[in-house]
Write a protein of this length. Structure first.
Length: 157
């Protein structure tokens, strides 16, 4: 199977300086970025949730799938270069290999989150916090699709 780097080889590239924001949380996001070189951090509500240095890391795929609003910020820790996919829905619709890459990426994230939540649930078993963990697990497992406006309204409420 082709790597994502091979699949984006014909896409334009953009370089960002250290400290520069490549994607901004809660802003419209119409591109998917694939890290070619550099180091970045992913911030959700100003908290670091991930760091990426591996070429092929993908950013903006959640916004593409959920309605165009960035779900996190991507800040460059070092000068970083990205392949830029300007029409991501068209790109992924035309490339089953790229779409499968995104599906596997998201599946790994869901698996990691589920493992984390199960661990938290075990740690708090027998404590009052268990109801909260059950509630979070229930929301994650049974969450219905909503629009970006629905998510924004729920966040701001």
């Amino acid at each position: 199977m082709n790597s994502i780097l091979e699949l984006v080889a014909g896409q334009p590239a953009r370089t960002y300086a250290a400290g520069e924001i490549a994607l901004q949380q809660d802003e419209p996001c119409h591109q998917v970025l694939v890290l070619l070189e550099g180091a970045v951090e992913v911030l959700r509500d100003e908290q670091r949730v991930a760091r990426a240095t591996e070429p092929g890391a993908v950013f903006g795929e959640m916004a593409m799938l959920l309605g165009g609003i960035c779900t996190a910020s991507v800040r460059c820790l070092t000068p970083s270069r990205f392949a830029v996919i300007d029409r991501p829905m068209d790109f992924f619709a035309a490339s089953p290999a790229a779409s499968l890459h995104i599906a596997r990426l998201l599946a790994r994230r869901i698996d990691a989150l589920n493992r984390y939540l199960v661990d938290v649930k075990r740690q708090y078993e027998g404590h009052d916090h268990l109801g909260m963990v059950d509630s979070v697990l229930g929301v994650l497992v049974h969450r219905q699709a909503g629009t970006a406006a629905d998510r924004t309204a729920a966040r701001d409420a």
